[in-house]
Design a protein around this ligand. Structure first.
Ligand code: GLA
Length: 795
């Protein structure tokens, strides 16, 4: 084992000794181009078999091993994103060292005989904080992200130049391994703006020169919206998709273009509080086999996902769905670098096309490490930093803070009766305290904003502790401020009338996710603290040491801890949250030491025990939420008695978007859709995406949509009703098998709109399984839900 680690750690030596196995002639430079229906590498037809890997998600000492694993699988290329925010944590302070050493990673790919596809964004999505954009862009409140905004474009240009300074001499034309560079990322899911995409293209041309091939990736349903004439177009789609259908439009428009699926999704990512995602190996392999048999190039996203260390996990939207620390992705190589059954099955299939497969390298086997205790504690409320004061409450970014938690404090007048506190909006997890007593929490995932306060004395201290989770990485909501983003108000009921006032005069305590903050704490023996009535120790910082006789990878069991972040030997290991599905954190052996190791945990809820064990198996599939995952309260029934449908229409069979126009546009905030039967006669309805258009045909924003009622949802495999507008074509809403309902769902659009049409996308698998045969749509100013307790019209 030790030998293995030493091998993995001595990359630099290995690099200088390994002769380049790259197919192109490295010294003179090669040529990669698009020929007639095929790529050409040095004039020869070439099928790209790319493995997506993200170097910041893999411990640097393991980079070489993971690249070799991809090669042994049968891949010839590594496809990688460059995360802008990891490289430029403060404006103009670029870091390309250690985990961020892009150049070294690219050279290592070359040393292993692999080509590289570089995807420098600036936006990348990738379930990474803010889709790779740096949070500090938000200090400029008017910034228009991913648009022709002079400030944004200036910052992008500096970043692209910094990336090019690292690797522009490593393009295939200059003897390096980089065969293609991607322009932006799936811009079609954000908007229509060819001039912006063209600006990014021109920047890349300026910094990388004219000899490297530039390309764009998007979905089959929207690539024409932003496709530039002089760029190669590639499609992204997932396991199970109808491959011919995915390329049909591209073939029509550019009959001679080489075909490539630039992201073929091997699995999917996990969100806190939602079931662990998996995708079947068989279907994935069938798709890749089909592509290879047709000479179609691909990149398998992810071949190895790795880990969202520290605070780097992003969040999905619409709604708010923060991603977990593990980016295992149900990929062929799992989070800790082990080949899975998917890996072996895929390798067997690849052997049909390539008889000379490289040998699978040795892997590091995870071990158990003895349970240890964090013996010191620094309770949060006795370790607050010096506060700032402010008349109005502001977001974290406006106080110059990017990550971590923030505490807002003010005092209240005497309140003889209970009142209602409203926080607009708590991003992302707020805990409310009155005179130091915990009142309750507000979770952005559930759109919670209101909390009842008990009567209080004059001058009672109100504390609101807000923890920031990942910034949204998808859709228009990426401009995602943290802390409290707007205001806090109190509503009192006096003589049956409601009075609301804005709370002002705040003290602000910045609890940044930085070693300086944790290091300044005054620790006491953890044993001196007692548990509260719910069995928790105080929220705060916990510290300990553990001694190891031998090191290897392990998984830290965090299941007795509440919610927060872990650091081991100074390495940010990631976020934990008791709700799951992830209960253990991947702890790479290369960051452990024989002898003494130190660990620090910041827990904003409070642990139930201060002990942690190292497991030899990862626990990423243990969901512990009591809340139902469906979108229907048991007591709710649908009430359409006073409604006439504004649309009643048949829907054609087959894949691709369907548009249905209302005879007369209708106005309302609530939309009830009814799907009485499916086209395939099975008793299941499935739909990938739904959009609404206004009377001019423009799409109505989906960021504030919320499903308030669904009479059937499949909870296995995450096919709940919110998948209807998660902007992901590969995930879909599905009713339960034989649910015997008429399949209604009610969506709150978040504001009143005039609706002229509905667009609907069936599943992308062949034959569009479960596509509805009919739609009836009701539009109203009221929710159309009958709640047995409160009567009609109450949500
Ligand atoms: C899209 C994005 C990727 C990633 C996947 C989902 O294809 O381009 O960055 O977010 O979705 O994992």
């Amino acid at each position: 084992m030790k030998k293995l680690l030493i091998q993995a750690c001595s990359l630099v030596i290995a690099l200088s000794l390994t002769a380049s196995g790259h197919d192109a002639t490295p010294d003179q430079g090669g040529k990669f181009e698009a020929g007639k229906n095929t790529f050409l590498l040095n004039g020869e037809p070439y099928v790209i078999k790319a493995a997506e890997l993200h170097y910041p998600r893999i411990p640097r000492p393991y980079w070489d091993n993971r690249i070799k694993m991809c090669k042994a699988l049968g891949m010839n290329t590594i496809c990688l994103y460059v995360f802008w925010n990891a490289h430029e944590s403060e404006p103009d302070k670029f870091d390309f060292t250690g985990q961020n050493d892009l150049r070294e990673f690219v050279k290592l790919c070359q040393a292993n005989g692999m080509n590289v596809i570089l995807r420098p964004g600036p936006y990348v999505c990738a379930e990474w904080e803010m889709g790779g954009l740096p949070w500090w862009l938000l200090k400029n409140k008017d910034v228009r992200l991913r648009e022709d905004d002079p400030y944004f474009l200036d910052r992008v240009d500096r970043f692209q130049k910094a990336v090019a300074d690292q690797v522009s001499d490593l393009t295939v034309g200059k003897g390096g391994p980089i065969i293609m560079v991607q322009v932006e990322n799936e811009y079609g899911s954000y908007g229509i703006n060819k001039p912006y995409v063209a600006t990014i293209r021109d920047m890349l041309r300026k910094h990388f020169g004219n000899d490297v091939m530039l390309f764009q990736c998007d979905w089959a349903s929207n690539f024409t919206d932003n496709g530039l004439d002089d760029l190669l177009w590639t499609m992204n789609f997932g396991t199970g998709a109808d491959i011919d259908q995915q390329f049909a439009r591209l073939k029509e428009m550019r009959p001679e273009s080489p075909l490539m699926c630039s992201e073929y999704w091997s699995g999917w990512f996990d969100k806190w509080g939602a079931a662990h995602e998996t995708r079947p190996a068989g279907k994935m392999i069938e798709g890749l086999d089909e592509m290879l048999s047709k000479g179609i190039s691909f990149s398998l996203y992810m071949t190895h996902g790795g880990t969202n260390w520290g605070h780097w996990a992003g969040a999905n939207s619409p709604g708010y769905a923060p991603d977990v620390t593990s980016y295992d992705y149900d990929a062929p190589i799992n989070e800790s670098g082990q080949p899975t059954q998917k890996y072996h099955a895929l390798r067997r299939m690849f052997a049909k096309y390539d008889k000379k497969q490289a040998k699978i390298p040795n892997t590091i086997k995870p071990i158990e490490i003895p349970e240890f205790e964090l013996t010191e504690a620094a309770p949060l409320f006795s370790n607050l930093p010096e506060p700032n004061t402010d008349h109005d409450i502001k977001s974290m970014e406006q106080y110059g803070q990017g990550f971590g938690s923030i505490l807002y404090r003010t005092t209240l007048p005497e309140l003889e009766d209970a009142s209602l506190l409203t926080i607009n909006e708590p991003h992302d997890y707020a805990q409310v305290f009155l005179d130091g007593k915990f009142i309750g929490s507000l979770d952005r995932r559930n759109n919670e904003k209101n909390i009842a306060l008990p009567p209080c004395r004059p001058g009672a201290v109100l504390d609101i502790l807000v923890e920031a989770m990942g910034r949204i990485n998808f859709g228009r909501a990426i401009k995602d401020y943290k802390g409290i983003t707007d205001n806090v108000c109190l509503t009192l009921e006096i003589g049956h009338r409601h009075f609301t006032c804005d709370l002002k005069e705040w003290e602000i305590f910045n609890l940044e996710d930085k070693p300086e903050f944790y290091g300044a704490a005054r620790f006491v023996p953890a044993k001196s603290l007692s548990k509260d009535t719910s069995g928790r120790l105080p929220r705060g910082i916990y510290r300990g040491e553990f001694t190891l006789k031998k090191t290897s990878d392990t998984f830290l069991d965090m299941s007795a801890w509440g919610k927060g972040l872990v650091y081991v030997n100074g390495h940010p290991i990631g976020r934990f949250w008791e709700i799951g599905p992830q209960q253990s954190l991947y702890m790479p052996g290369c960051w452990l030491r024989e002898g003494k190791n130190d660990i620090m945990v910041f827990d904003i809820i409070g642990p139930r025990s201060t002990r942690i064990a190292g497991l030899d198996k990862h626990v990423i599939d243990d969901l512990r939420v009591s809340r139902a995952r469906t979108h229907r309260n048991e007591k709710d029934t649908l009430d359409l008695t006073l409604q006439e449908p504004q649309l009643s229409a048949a829907i054609t069979t087959g894949n691709g978007w369907k548009k249905l126009i209302l005879d007369t546009p209708a106005t309302g905030r609530y939309v009830c859709m009814e799907f009485p039967a499916s086209n395939d006669g099975q008793n299941i309805i499935s739909i990938a995406e739904i959009c609404l258009c206004d009377e001019t045909g423009r799409q109505i924003p989906r960021e504030k949509w919320n499903v308030i009622f669904a009479d059937s949802e499949e909870t296995e495999g995450n096919h709940t009703a919110d998948k209807l507008f998660d902007l992901q074509e590969s995930t879909y809403w599905s009713t339960e098998k034989d649910s015997n309902t008429t399949n209604h769902i009610v969506v709150d659009l978040g504001a009143v709109y005039k609706i002229g049409a509905v667009r609907l996308l069936p599943r992308m698998e062949p034959g569009a399984p479960g596509s509805p045969a009919r739609i009836r749509m009701y539009i109203s100013g009221k929710p159309m839900i009958h709640d047995k307790k409160n009567g009609p019209g109450i949500v």
